[in-house]
Design a protein around this ligand. Structure first.
Ligand SMILES: [Zn+2]
Ligand SMILES: [Zn+2]
Length: 374
């Protein structure tokens, strides 16, 4: 007896799909209906016998180990081990291993839902509870998801006798094969609902506006998605709820910005205050805070208020509040002010040229360098 793999022209490690494809290809040219020669008939038997073994996981394993399909005797002839016509049908018309047997269930899990929720920056700092309204599918309270009017039930489908499928013979190039179709009377469920629930129209769920209270933890940021398991849409026919995803958008704040777990702010102070030192008051999410500005503070320096930032999304603690100090140089000076500043410049030995002060620092050194080069 020829090797089954050789007969089908596939390798020893061919996948189930490859084996099926190889058989399909050969059977199309060898089947008695399309090829009446005796040689073809004989080859068709061999090809079919090979497919019968290699398409069955157990038989294939036995064949690989012992050289025959059942591990003891010889392999069965054509048709011996085939599981009825539907197997052939599935092989040729793509039903394959996914072909469903038996009726389908009406009950399915509900869909996941996504809603957008906008919160304020302060809510992201401390966390917040939000009550939101949303349109969703909920289990029908009249039939409790059974789909049938209370007091009534389902009835076994008379068309398919509860199978959910109808099998009937059709002619093909391979002769008569059986087709399996979803039963049109029960749509594959195997039973019918003679008296559908009046509330949900036999769906077992209705669309409703519901109010949900969501706990939003501190530390969320724009784009953060919170998953609420089992808070999505109710499934058909009493199916469980899907999940609800809440996508956060954090609104802008006029004073504070977000930098990860830190908050940032900018405060402006006059040049004289920066030079002399002062105290600034900042109204934060934790109340008024005093910022001590040391004498000689430079523009752009940052004061850090520890632990006044955003609460961490995971774990305890909070980020910091970082206040950038911006020193403002006066743009308009009256005569008195200019005199005072000029007196200050003189006292500091700052040489003024054409209304511009030339410090004894970097700038003058650079000028000297240029002269040296000339
Ligand atoms: Zn109902
Ligand atoms: Zn039916």
């Amino acid at each position: 007896m020829a090797d089954h793999y050789e007969v089908l022209g596939v390798s020893k490690d061919a996948s189930a799909e490859e084996i099926k494809r190889a058989y399909r290809k050969k059977a199309r040219t060898l089947h008695p209906d399309v090829n009446p020669s005796p040689d073809a008939a004989e080859e068709f038997k061999q090809v079919t016998a090979a497919y019968e073994v290699l398409s069955d996981e157990t038989k294939r394993r036995n064949y690989d180990m012992t050289g025959n399909a059942n591990g003891t005797g010889a392999t069965g002839g054509f048709g011996g081990g085939f599981g009825g016509f539907s197997d052939i049908f599935d092989t040729f018309f793509g039903g394959g291993g996914g072909a469903r047997s038996g009726p389908a269930s009406r009950t399915r899990r509900g869909q996941d839902a996504l809603i957008n929720v906008k919160i304020e920056l302060e809510d992201a700092v401390f966390g917040v509870e939000k009550t939101i309204d949303l349109q969703t599918a909920v289990r029908c309270s009249v039939c409790d998801g059974s789909c049938a009017e209370p007091g009534t039930g389902t009835q076994t489908c008379e068309t398919c006798h509860g199978q959910g499928q109808i099998r009937r013979p059709v002619q093909s190039i391979l002769g008569t094969v059986m087709t399996a179709e979803t039963c049109p009377s029960c749509r594959g469920f195997g039973d019918t609902i003679p008296n559908p629930c009046h509330e949900c129209g036999g769906q077992g769920r209705v669309r409703e506006r519901v109010s949900l209270t969501i706990k939003i933890p501190s530390g969320v940021d724009t784009g953060t998605r919170i998953q609420l398991a089992g808070r999505g849409e109710a499934g058909p026919a009493g199916g469980p709820q899907g999940d609800l995803y809440v996508e956060i958008k954090v609104g802008d704040h006029p004073v504070f910005s977000r930098d990860g777990a830190d908050l940032t702010a900018t405060m402006t102070l006059p040049m004289t205050a920066a030079a002399l030192g002062t105290e600034l008051t900042l109204d934060t999410f934790d109340g008024e805070q005093t910022i001590r500005v040391k004498p000689g503070t430079q523009s752009g320096s940052v004061e850090t208020l520890k632990g006044l930032g955003v609460g961490l999304l995971r774990g305890n603690g909070r980020g910091d509040l970082k206040v950038t100090l911006k020193v403002e140089t006066p743009t308009k000076l009256d005569d008195k002010q200019r005199e005072l500043l000029e007196a200050l410049a003189t006292a500091r030995s700052e040489h003024i040229v054409h209304g511009q002060t030339e410090s004894k620092g970097l700038f003058s050194r650079r000028k000297k360098k240029n002269r040296d080069r000339d």
